[in-house]
Write a protein that binds this ligand. Structure first.
Ligand code: ATP
Ligand code: MG
Length: 553
């Protein structure tokens, strides 16, 4: 695969703009609304904006689009910054806030009124909807459209002075009620909202709409390429209209790209919030959530997420992207970088009857098969071991290349053993398998020529450590949960989490620090949980299995 994806139409635009001299420097911004946690779709937008600036030696701002105080909070502001830093991006200068431009935006609203381009309208929301018309029916002028400049100025000031109730009045641009583009039918610029704002406190009781704020903020910051998703395409004429009719310091241009819709996932803050509020998941950072903090806790890496965003390209179509591509990127990164270790998830005891009870051999194994720089680990080998119950059968056909009664198997990084006897308890459950070592088989095949058919992993029952292991899988079993039949919550994967309270890990894995990635050999990639894992009680989250078990092919 190519190192960089070339299907990025924005790069072509920027290259052209620099060549023609329309811009001399590239300036982009990522403008999140602080009303929820960032998700994979936002990660795509972040990568589009930051990577584009970086590629052309430009800069990218982080600007909180905080024009909707009722739903926003400092918690989200902090979390969003942490997520962007974790992804490895650095914004230009200080964090910006739409709210720090409220005074300027208000002055520009006054300017539009003075120019006869905006008016205060008293229509109720229902009346306004009626006057607005439909896609096929032209709108009608508001009866308040002809107010004089002086009256509009007076009313606007009194709106800000708090004289009117919420919903009683709005400020609207005076554009064209018969425009085929609904966004140009005298759009609302300011609303009365009597709620305190997390940044500006009680300074304002009127707040600019997204449309009135966005382009002007871009202009204030000198943004050259204002990148957003396709649903804003029809807002572009309004974006341009406002920039033309205001004395703004620069003229940004808006470009739209297709939203990222990953399969088996929902990426809408509203739906993610429902998963949290309904207790389907443990919180915004539940490892099954497609939030940046959820993916982080799951063990996804910034490298893999950024690689995925690059791999899928940036286009003007809104297709569904196969989530397996992200999983591929994760496996690729972790295969290269995760240390190896053995963990037995469903322990079955093996007793090596010919091995002395007190003996401990310190075997050695590389921490990574091809990364000598990561060093070695010590594997204590003892008389009593655990193997996974699925790696033993009393009888099996030739396809089963694990331990079978009377047959041989190699213990990974250790000896070949042969199973002699199965012990069961009174209720018939397997309690242990008694076995013996085939002599002189450390790193060698048995001298008698009877080779072991397979290799299985193991952990010393006396020197291994207990760990909790959380086996995560995809949260939804439907490819397009929010486009299937019924509510998206009907498509939850019932097996998205299985908790193993007592798995056994080799001692080297007990030293793993929070957020370190490991491959449990033959099982998958795991990460030490950043909240719950402690030295005396390690907790591992499964990031992803070794192979794609979901693909149909
Ligand atoms: P949501 O639909 O999840 O509420 P949003 O668009 O309301 O998302 P914002 O905080 O406004 O969330 O988004 C910040 C930026 O991220 C915007 O430029 C938006 O277009 C972009 N963005 C959001 N979701 C996606 C997505 N799925 N793919 C690409 N970009 C996205
Ligand atoms: Mg939005």
């Amino acid at each position: 695969m190519d190192e960089r994806n070339t299907s990025n139409f924005l790069q072509a635009i920027v290259t052209e703009d620099l060549a023609s001299g329309r811009v001399t420097e590239v300036k982009t911004r990522f403008p999140p609304e602080p009303n929820g946690y960032l998700h994979l779709g936002h990660a795509k937008s972040i990568s589009v904006n930051f990577d584009l600036a970086e590629r052309y030696g430009g800069r990218c701002n982080l600007r909180f689009d905080d024009t909707n105080p009722g739903k926003e909070s400092q918690e989200y502001i902090d979390a969003i910054q942490a997520d962007i830093r974790w992804l490895g991006y650095v914004w230009d200068g200080n964090v910006k806030y739409a709210s720090s431009y409220f005074q300027q935006l208000y002055e520009w609203a006054v300017y539009l009124v003075n120019q006869g381009h905006a008016y205060v309208c008293d229509l109720s929301p229902e009346e306004a909807r009626d006057y607005r018309g439909t896609l096929t029916l032209s709108g009608r002028n508001s009866p308040y459209r002809q107010r004089s400049v002086a009256e509009n100025l007076d009313l606007l000031q009194r709106m800000q002075a708090g004289e009117f109730d919420e919903g009683a009045k709005v400020l609207r641009a005076k554009i064209d009620m018969s425009s085929p583009n609904m966004n140009l039918r005298d759009p609302i610029l300011y609303r009365i909202r009597k709620v305190p704002h997390h940044q500006t406190g009680h300074d304002w009781v009127i707040y600019p709409t997204y449309d009135f704020a966005h382009g002007q903020e871009d202009a204030i910051e000198g943004i050259t390429h204002s990148i957003c998703t396709l649903e804003f395409e029809d807002h572009r004429p309004l974006y341009d209209w406002l920039l033309e009719h205001l004395p703004v310091p620069s003229k940004p241009r808006q470009y739209e790209f297709g939203r990222l819709n990953p399969s088996y996932t929902v990426t809408s803050k509203r739906k993610l919030r429902r998963l949290v509020d309904d207790g389907v998941v443990s919180g915004w950072d539940d490892p099954r959530m497609p939030t940046v903090c959820g993916m982080r806790r799951r063990g996804y890496t910034p490298t893999a997420i950024r690689r995925f965003c690059d791999m899928i390209g940036t286009t003007r179509s809104d297709g569904v992207v196969d989530i397996a591509m992200l999983e591929f990127a994760i496996r690729e990164d972790l295969n290269e970088n995760a240390v190896r270790g053995m963990c037995v998830l469903d322990p079955l005891k093996i007793v090596l009857t010919d091995y002395p009870e007190q003996q401990v051999e310190e075997l050695r194994a590389p921490r990574h098969p091809s990364r000598g720089d990561l060093g070695e680990r010590l594997l204590p080998f003892t008389r009593e071991l655990f193997i996974d119950a699925a790696d033993f059968r009393e009888e099996a056909n030739k396809k089963y290349k694990r331990l079978v009664l009377g047959k041989r198997v190699r213990l990974r990084n250790a000896y070949v053993i042969e199973a002699d006897e199965l012990v069961r308890d009174d209720s018939g459950n397997m309690t242990e398998v008694r076995a013996h070592i085939v002599p002189d088989t450390l790193g060698k095949d048995p001298a008698d020529g009877i080779k072991a058919k397979g290799v299985i992993h193991w952990v010393s029952a006396t020197h291994g450590r207990r760990a909790e292991v959380r086996l995560y899988d995809r949260l939804f079993s439907h490819e397009a949960p929010d486009r299937g039949q019924g509510d998206f919550l009907e498509h939850l994967n019932p097996d998205s989490l299985q908790v193993i309270a007592e798995a056994w890990i080799e001692p080297s894995l007990a030293e793993v620090v929070s957020e370190q990635h490991v491959q449990f050999e033959r099982e998958g990639y795991f990460v030490a949980d950043r909240h719950d894992s402690r030295a005396d009680k390690p907790v591992f989250n499964r990031t992803i299995g070794l192979r794609d078990t979901w693909s149909k092919g």
